[in-house]
Design a protein around this ligand. Structure first.
Ligand code: BGC
Length: 487
């Protein structure tokens, strides 16, 4: 109890909030494109060759190049942040976000847009890995779950904010430029804020910078700073027996951590979250929500708002529950709810496609139910677990591999969603215009539900309950060759 009382709450929370601007930018820059694209594709200054609209393949590239950039950024950032330190890497990333926002805002051609989206993607990848890493390394263990989850909250706030900004500029001439430019504000806050924060004690000790590490531990207000320092030292010494990070990575005792990290990220993405985050206007349109008329762009963005809002709200709930209930109960509950709602979306499209009203409301309700279940489970907990299970020496490398798996899986899902639906359940008459045929998305949702069922088994077999354990205890457990489930 004393440890909970004594640590410097204000400092730790403020630190987590500043760093979480990296998460906010991750959310903002992935979300903003959903609305911006609607304006870009019709912008006569960008569309060349006498075409009225940007070909859909080019549109797909504008969306997905960022996710690819993020995969590359995530892979590279492990090594860089182990060498340069977490703090410097986040500062550089903030700068890239800032330059990228301006680059996108003033882009004159589609090629420029794609190049800047790729560059922003690299920054997103680095942030998606570096922010939870930093927060976990400055958090006292009893509050680590909640503090690391602030990052997920920031991602959802970023997504919601991007929907709002999209809506605000939807009726502006070349409004997409403003949508991107708004990203400059959080980039600058992150850039400036980071100069006031310390490097993490774990990284400093690894570098042999005892004095500075001690200062940071004192700032965090750990009740027994010497014990914290000693725990980190002991773990570093143990790991130093290994030759290099890569050889540690292939060490037998590290295998469970890798399986957990890679597996949880696979399941986070292959249960379909970003089909809803990136495509909800498309899905709503296919389900028969009339999106058209004068305010077509505005109307298409509007239904995404409740999705974005519920996502934020339930991430807050997760933050309260994650260190109380623990990770596993939330994962079971959340994933089960996700599976059920995925099945109902699938049923709506497959069996109620001749009943426009049922299709419309069943799919909408299921999506609105799916989001909170994701937000209390795989959303925050996947990122949290990968910040907890890797040993200090390869934490950077291990997390970046898991993060890269997250982005590659995201890319695969986002790029196959429509094709998957079409190849399994074919097409159906459009609820808006029965003479028109549209893709039946039902098949895709059944696949994500099936993946979710395998995910439940995975959680049961491999996921440890890390609640209340220090990073050193978790590492020790693996070092002794014990099964993750027995933690
Ligand atoms: C996922 C993102 C997703 C977001 C939605 C994150 O945890 O990694 O892919 O868009 O949650 O809130």
């Amino acid at each position: 109890m004393t440890s909970e009382k004594k640590y410097n709450k204000g400092f730790v929370i403020l630190t987590a909030i500043i760093v979480a601007f990296g998460g906010l930018l991750f959310g903002f820059d992935t979300g903003v494109i959903s609305g911006a694209l609607l304006l870009i594709k019709d912008d006569p200054t960008l569309v060349l060759g006498g075409l009225e609209q940007l070909p859909s393949r080019t549109q797909e590239w504008i969306v997905s190049i960022t996710v690819l950039g993020a995969a590359i950024g995530a892979l590279g950032s492990g090594k860089i942040s182990d060498n340069l330190g977490r703090k410097k890497v986040i500062i550089i990333t903030a700068l890239v976000f800032a330059i990228g926002s301006v680059g996108l805002g003033v882009a004159g051609t589609i090629t420029e847009l794609i190049v800047w989206r790729f560059i922003i993607g690299i920054a997103i990848g680095v942030a998606s890995y570096c922010v939870p890493l930093y927060i976990s390394e400055v958090s006292p263990s009893h509050a680590r779950g909640a503090l690391v989850s602030i990052n997920q909250l920031a991602i959802t706030v970023g997504i919601f904010a991007s929907y709002l900004v999209d809506l605000g500029f939807a009726n502006f001439d070349e409004g997409w430029r403003w949508m991107f430019l708004v990203g400059l504000i959080p980039s600058l806050i992150l850039f400036v804020g980071m100069f006031f924060l310390p490097e993490t004690p774990r990284w400093l000790l690894k570098r042999g910078e005892e004095e500075k590490a001690r200062q940071t531990v004192d700032k965090i207000g750990e009740p027994d700073p010497e014990k914290v320092m000693e725990n980190i030292r002991v773990n570093l010494r143990k790991e130093n027996k290994e030759e290099s990070s890569w050889s540690t990575l292939t060490a037998k005792w590290v295998a469970p951590a890798l399986i957990i990290g890679v597996g949880i990220m696979f399941f986070q993405q292959f249960t379909g979250i970003n089909t809803i985050i990136y495509y909800s206007p498309t899905i709503f349109e296919m389900a028969g929500f009339g999106l058209g008329g004068e305010n077509a762009v505005y109307d298409a963005i509007l239904p995404a708002l409740p999705i974005g809002f519920v996502n934020v709200l339930f991430t807050v709930v997760a933050i309260f529950l994650v260190d109380r209930w623990g990770r596993k109960p939330l994962l079971y509950l959340g994933l089960s709810g996700m599976i059920l709602s995925l099945v109902t979306i699938g049923i709506a499209f497959t069996f109620f496609n001749d009943n426009a009203v049922a299709l419309k409301w069943m799919s909408f309700t299921s999506m609105i139910i799916y989001i909170p279940f994701f937000a209390i489970s795989l959303g925050p907990i996947a990122w949290l677990l990968i910040s907890e299970v890797f040993p200090t020496k390869i934490r950077g490398l291990g997390m970046s591999i898991a993060t890269m798996v997250n982005w590659i899986s995201n890319f695969v899902v986002a790029n196959t969603f429509l094709t998957l639906g079409k190849s399994i359940t074919g097409t159906m008459p459009s609820p808006v215009d029965p003479n028109e045929s549209i893709i039946n998305l039902g098949g895709a949702f059944f696949v994500y539900a099936a993946v979710g069922v395998i995910g439940l088994i995975f959680i049961n077999r491999y996921i440890p309950e890390t609640k209340g354990h220090s990073l050193e205890e978790i590492e020790d457990h693996f070092l002794k060759g014990k099964h993750p489930r027995d933690l």
